[in-house]
Design a protein around this ligand. Structure first.
Ligand SMILES: NC(=O)c1ccc[n+]([C@@H]2O[C@H](COP(=O)([O-])OP(=O)(O)OC[C@H]3O[C@@H](n4cnc5c(N)ncnc54)[C@H](O)[C@@H]3O)[C@@H](O)[C@H]2O)c1
Length: 396
């Protein structure tokens, strides 16, 4: 008999919120998990009104404190199996910590927190409790991202020596925040967004793509954080030259002032034997080039292991559910894959009752979240000293 769907509680997401929407579609997409509750807004009255207006029935709570404490009194099949945190960055730490203390798994938006102390506390708490914790680095959920990781890590490209990982947007090319636009307003405020604007918002995605594909870590960096739009306190343009732990170099760059660029996230990984290129605006294929050979373009759904070029592919990757090629997968499918993988870990954790370590091979874990914040803080330090080469803190 099939198992009951997991119950998911939303923290944030009312009144025109953005990222809750792809998440809630992804959560509900397989029928094996569903949104059942929400603390959707900071004002308790509005939180309840927003829950009452939700497109399908959910239990509304006036605050995330109320939602978390209410769980203890509920029968097992009504309790939340995990919470999703989709609030602005400054409201990640507190609900995440409270949920962990109440024994509830957490799937949290990035950047993990607004400073490294908070990130370290979350890492410690996750290690102490062994409760599943995921960070929503969306683009790891593309089948092609997981495929790229397998190719790069197979050694096909040789020793990696140069990576260009970027996320370029244009939506903050003018002072959109002055119009009251909700998503812009908090992203440019250091108290709500953290020490870097563009870097924290999208530079962390570019860093995560680099680390996920290559398994390499940034050891030292030289950063330029710029605000092109006059009057902005935080960077809207983020250019980081990095040294990696195998001796390679990388550029991790992000911008929000490049008009015409929408969600132009991409990566170029260059090794001694070949290169791999991928762009999220065309997420169904990757290009692999080996020296002296024609380019190979691999499409999701058309990959055959041991085709004379590729070696074995990881069994879990080949077993990932995909629709036939030519029916495009994209952003929403990436989110769904993250939640599907997180669900599997939550179910495993519940079934064994044993502390769990999330290995970060299918979605970002709490250590990845910490690394994103460590990167941001090191970039800010370096930029304040005009790009002085600055060492990253030791891995937690
Ligand atoms: N993974 C991705 O691709 C991606 C994309 C966009 C945003 N994000 C991240 O998601 C988070 C939310 O971003 P957004 O663009 O959706 O913001 P948003 O402003 O659209 O939504 C934030 C929501 O949180 C609610 N909120 C604020 N404080 C709250 C509190 N104390 N209790 C309950 N609800 C509260 C707001 O009312 C709103 O509903 C940010 O951390 C952002 O960095 C990630």
């Amino acid at each position: 008999m099939s198992q009951r769907p997991l119950n998911v509680g939303l923290i944030g997401g009312g009144k025109g919120a953005f990222i809750v929407q792809p998440h809630q579609r992804a959560i509900n997409s397989d029928g094996t998990r569903r949104v059942t509750a929400g603390a959707l807004f900071p004002d308790p009255k509005i939180a309840m009104e927003e829950a009452a207006k939700w497109p399908y029935p959910i239990t509304g709570y006036p605050s995330y404190d109320d939602m978390i404490t209410a769980q203890a009194g509920l029968p097992n099949d009504k309790k939340l199996d995990y919470v999703l945190i989709v609030t602005p960055n400054h409201v990640h730490f507190d609900p995440a910590m409270k949920a962990l203390k109440a024994g509830i798994p957490v799937f949290c938006e990035k950047p993990l927190t607004v400073n490294l102390e908070q990130a370290a506390e979350l890492v410690k708490m996750v290690h102490k409790t062994g409760i599943p914790f995921g960070v929503a680095h969306t683009y790891l959920g593309h089948w092609t991202t997981r495929f790229s990781r397998a190719i790069v890590r197979s050694g096909l490209l040789g020793e990696i020596r140069w990576v260009d990982s970027y996320y370029i947007q244009g939506w903050l090319a003018t002072k959109l925040e002055d119009t009251g636009q909700q998503q812009a307003s908090w992203r440019v405020n250091p108290k709500l967004a953290g020490a870097s604007g563009c870097g924290g918002d999208i530079g962390t995605h570019a860093l995560m793509q680099l680390r996920f594909l290559t398994g390499l870590e940034v050891t030292e960096l030289s950063a330029q954080l710029e605000a092109f739009v006059p009057g902005r306190k935080l960077d809207d343009h983020f250019t980081i030259y990095c040294k990696l732990n195998n001796g390679a170099k990388a550029l991790v760059r992000a911008s929000q002032i490049c008009i015409g660029h929408k969600n132009d996230l991409g990566i170029s990984v260059n090794g001694t034997k070949g290169s791999l290129r991928w762009r999220q605006e065309d997420p169904e294929c990757i290009t692999v080039s080996l020296m002296g050979q024609p380019d190979r373009v691999y499409y999701r759904g058309c990959v055959v292991p041991n085709d004379g070029f590729l070696k074995d592919m990881p069994a879990d990757l080949m077993a990932e559910p995909v629709i036939p090629p030519g029916h495009p997968e994209a952003f929403h499918d990436a989110f769904a894959r993250l939640h599907r993988c997180f669900e599997a870990d939550v179910r495993k954790w519940k079934a064994t009752g044993k502390p769990m370590h999330i290995d970060g091979s299918k979605y970002a874990n709490v250590e990845d979240g910490w690394m994103g914040i460590a990167f941001i803080e090191t970039c800010v330090k370096s930029a304040k000293k005009k790009g002085l080469w600055t060492k990253m803190p030791r891995k937690i």
